[in-house]
Design a protein around this ligand. Structure first.
Ligand code: ADP
Ligand code: MG
Length: 314
């Protein structure tokens, strides 16, 4: 990250459109900014230095990883800079938002890491089914969900092959470009495992509801956590509901207990088709050594699963 004064941010040629907050998370706010001369739009992630003092190495990790990887389905980072108070990362602006926006239809919601966006969607009343007077959010059409998931798998394969575990897979971190293809964003929890003993790490991190059982325990874990989160993500895309972090669950310990027990059910409505349900079951396998993607067959077995039978992988 280049050293820069507050004035340098101005001289970089950016004017902030303050009304456009695109999203926010535990540490950051993402604004839409416009380059003064070209009027080109970017997304600018702003992270207060005060909030990241204790985990500076993680933030620098995000910076390093996103600058060093290049994949058609990964968001491109243009620049990073800082002033006295904040770190800034500049990305392509993706006007379609993320997969949670897609799931919520046209609703453009400001999401927070603590705010259950699914509930916000329910309130907005967009793209939801009707049952009596009670509205419920329905999932994406199976073929569309599959199209997104296939791209996510290709990105995970690229990342894992390059020694990177992503650790925060969820719809809010998967952006969509104007042609409908995905761009994986938010490498805030990504970590390079190359060079670590057994390519394992042990920091407990991720998003409640998406963390894998082996992440909860502190014996260390590797790439397997991304396959678990993929299972949760597929469930959310297809049903509009969460398998573990149900809206009514207030107590995080209850969620954790459900996760370590791999205790999830097929929601009603809508139904999950048998192949989808089977794939989710294979991904939400409590023992990571038996989980599809991490067990012997690796990515190939995952791609050959019958849910993907009409996907051409190359
Ligand atoms: P955090 O680490 O705080 O979760 P993210 O990088 O995930 O930050 O960004 C938060 C939200 O901002 C995302 O869920 C998404 O809705 C929105 N966002 C992030 N980057 C972009 C972008 N390049 N274009 C459009 N929206 C974005
Ligand atoms: Mg995020």
């Amino acid at each position: 990250i280049a050293q820069a004064s507050e004035e340098d941010v101005e001289s970089f040629g950016l004017s902030l459109i303050k009304t456009e907050v695109l999203g926010s998370g535990a540490f950051s706010v993402v604004f839409m900014v416009e380059e003064e001369r070209s009027k080109r739009k970017f997304a600018m992630k702003r992270i207060p230095k005060s909030s990241v003092d204790h985990c500076r190495s993680h933030i620098l990790c995000e910076q390093k990883i996103t600058r060093n990887i290049s994949h058609q389905f990964v968001i491109r980072q243009y620049a990073s800079f800082q002033d006295k108070k904040y770190l800034y990362f500049l990305f392509d602006y993706l006007q379609c938002g993320d997969l949670m926006d897609v799931l919520c239809g046209e609703a453009r919601l400001i999401k927070t890491s603590s705010g259950p966006s699914l509930m916000a969607c329910l309130g907005s009343g967009s793209k939801d089914g009707e049952k009596g007077n009670k509205k419920y959010l329905v999932g994406l059409k199976e073929e569309l969900a599959k199209f997104y998931v296939a791209q996510i798998i290709l990105v995970l394969e690229y990342l894992h092959t390059n020694g990177i575990v992503y650790r925060d897979l969820k719809p809010e971190n998967v952006l969509v470009d104007d042609k409908g293809f995905i761009k994986l964003g938010d490498f805030g929890f990504a970590k390079n495992l190359k060079g670590l003993k057994g390519e394992r790490t042990n920091t407990f991190c991720g998003t409640p509801g998406y963390v894998a059982p082996e992440n909860v325990f502190t014996q260390g874990y590797g790439y397997s956590v991304d396959f678990w989160s993929l299972g949760v993500l597929i469930y959310v895309l297809l049903t509009g509901k969460q398998p573990f972090n149900q809206p009514k669950t207030q107590d995080p310990m209850v969620v954790v207990q459900r996760i370590v027990d791999a205790n999830w059910e097929v929601p009603y409505p809508p139904y999950l088709k048998p192949a989808a349900k089977e794939l989710i079951k294979e991904l939400l396998q409590r023992d990571h050594k038996k989980r599809i993607g991490c067990r012997e067959g690796g990515f190939m077995e995952l791609k050959l699963h019958k849910w993907f039978k009409n996907i051409q992988w190359d």
